[in-house]
Design a protein around this ligand. Structure first.
Ligand code: ZN
Length: 125
């Protein structure tokens, strides 16, 4: 496990990823360990619970996220974005803050109710 983040209980979900040091905007918070590339057909065959952990990779290819990156919760006001198989800080993140990402920018059809609590929460993704 990285010394930058820790997985623990979250208010957003059962588990979440939290910063254990300060991050500057633009810094890589979490490098994904995912190496498993799936085709669209393989993604379609995954159970719904697993499909939540699929991320766009290249056109027509998808990554099944591993731990700990799959514990990064969705927020409508996220503090990271996905880039180059990493979660990259889009604002300064303080030690102890939960790491969040906007799932809806991924190229996957995901539909879920959101309860992230941010001011601009879209409620239904
Ligand atoms: Zn929300």
């Amino acid at each position: 496990m990285s010394k930058d983040i820790v997985v623990k209980k979250s208010k957003l979900n059962k588990k979440g990823v939290f910063a254990i040091r300060n991050f500057k905007r633009g810094e890589v918070v979490l490098k994904w360990k995912s190496k498993k590339v799936l085709t669209k057909e393989e993604v379609d065959r995954l159970p719904e619970s697993e499909r939540h952990h699929v991320s766009h990779y290249t056109p027509g290819e998808f990554l099944l996220q591993q731990k700990p990156e799959r514990f990064v919760n969705h927020s409508c006001d996220p503090n990271t974005k996905v880039g180059n198989n990493c979660d990259v800080a889009i604002k300064d993140i303080k030690k102890g803050e939960e790491i969040t990402s906007d799932y809806s920018v991924a190229d996957i059809q995901l539909h879920f109710k959101c309860d992230c609590g941010s001011k601009n929460c879209r409620k239904y993704i």
